[in-house]
Design a protein around this ligand. Structure first.
Ligand code: HEM
Length: 391
């Protein structure tokens, strides 16, 4: 009998065989383990993303949600409130010309290579490059006070996305991480209210759309979410890209020979292996799909990572091919809740990887892929450590 057990290390290591079995034989599947429905076909996921009236985010979008988060963040609101808040937050993302981040990111990438990687034969791409870069990019973007709680922010963001595999809920350490992050966000908001700068938090406090501002709780929750979403998703995106380029040297060589392939290679990385594997919705009415009737109030997992490998959408989906047109992938979600950080994240990863490939063009996995530990999260998937060896 097929199982969809999000709470096992085997599934974290390889969800793709299960995804295929579900796409082919159980496209609308009730998971006893998750106590939720699971959609795995690309078309069904895209339709659900468009139909927010039926597939609501208002009860939370994390597969295992934090109490008190739903309704207070962008990802956990439905229109019209969602659209109002999004236009305020988006106005901030747009107002800032994100191109100004290119030089700082280049510098951060060069420094990370010089300080953590040069002179080593084996290095941890996760810690030495992705982790450092992600924190610093987020700190620059949000205007976090310098050197404040660097490790705590990283550690708590990582803990927030995990679930206790035994209880299948957020455990005390995950709740404590969420509380810590909320307090930290409140401190940053308070600081920027007193002493505004040109950073995102200062702009969130003052941004107005149609004479409306965000209230302070919304600013605090938005900053909490940006820290979690930013650190885990951006770090994960970079780690998985590094993992793919280490695993497929002939694809990496194509990029080195023609750097203009880098943007497509990144899109293909998000199709093949997105770090944002699964998000959740709640049904607002009884809904029948592929002969299964899902009830109002049931939770549904949209398995983005499975939709991206759907052979009904992509030819040879299990092949990582940097020259393929991977348009339409749902590696950053879609519809109303399409990732708001998508341009910043793409810019950061492309800029950083360009420098990395220039300075460290030849590398491979330092240990067999079976030995990698994957983050224990029902939403996200990326290697905890990624030891690479220079060639
Ligand atoms: C700077 C980094 C990032 C920031 C600040 C950020 C922020 C956000 C925000 C605020 C949302 C909610 C949007 C809404 O509901 O209207 C969102 C959604 C999303 N983001 Fe990001 N994000 C970042 C990076 C990434 C990356 C790198 C990925 C994937 C590789 C990603 C995947 C997603 C997905 C899948 C959703 C949709 C969630 C859902 O369907 O409920 N994000 N992001």
């Amino acid at each position: 009998m097929v199982r969809f057990n999000l709470y096992s290390a085997e599934f974290d290591a390889n969800p793709f065989d299960t995804y295929k079995e579900l796409r082919d034989n159980h496209p609308c599947f009730w998971s006893e383990d998750a106590q939720k429905w699971v959609l795995t076909r690309h078309e069904d996921i895209v339709n659900a993303l468009q139909d927010w009236q039926t597939y609501s985010s208002a009860k939370g979008n994390l597969v295992d949600e934090f109490p008190g988060r739903a309704g207070n963040t962008l990802g956990t609101m439905d229109p019209p409130r969602h659209d109002e808040v999004r236009s305020i937050v988006q106005s901030v993302f747009m107002k800032r010309n994100i191109k100004h981040l290119v030089e700082p990111i280049q510098q951060i990438a060069r420094d990370a290579i010089k300080n953590n990687i040069k002179g080593k034969k084996v290095f941890d791409f996760s810690q030495d490059f992705a982790g450092e870069l992600t924190y610093k990019v987020l700190a620059t973007l949000l205007g976090l006070p310098e050197n404040s709680y660097t490790h705590e922010v990283k550690n708590n963001a990582e803990l927030m996305v995990q679930t206790d595999p035994k209880t299948r809920t957020k455990g005390p350490e995950h709740m404590a991480a969420f509380e810590w992050m909320k307090d930290y966000a409140a401190e940053v908001v308070e600081l920027r209210s007193r002493d505004p700068g040109t950073d995102l938090v200062s702009q969130l406090i003052t941004a107005e759309v149609d004479d409306r501002k965000l209230d302070l709780i919304q600013v605090q929750m938005t900053v909490t979410t940006l820290l979690m979403a930013g650190i885990e998703s951006l770090g994960g995106m970079l780690k998985v890209f590094g993992f793919n380029l280490a695993s497929f040297p002939e694809q990496r060589q194509k990029i080195i020979d023609d750097m203009s392939l880098l943007p497509d290679a990144l899109e293909e990385s998000m199709r093949y292996n997105t770090s944002a594997q699964r998000f959740r919705r709640c049904l607002t009415k009884d809904t029948t799909l592929h002969g299964q009737t899902m009830k109002k109030g049931d939770f549904v997992i949209l398995a983005y990572g499975a939709g991206n490998r759907d052979e009904r959408k992509y030819e040879n989906p299990d092949v990582y091919d940097v020259t393929r047109n991977s348009k339409g992938h749902v590696g950053m979600g879609g519809g109303t809740h399409t990732c708001l950080g998508n341009s910043v994240a793409r810019l950061a990863v492309k800029t950083a990887m360009e420098i990395f490939l220039e300075e460290v063009p030849q590398f491979s996995l330092a240990e067999p892929v079976e030995r990698l530990d994957w983050v224990a999260s029902s939403n996200f998937r990326s290697p905890v450590k990624l030891l690479l060896v220079k060639e």
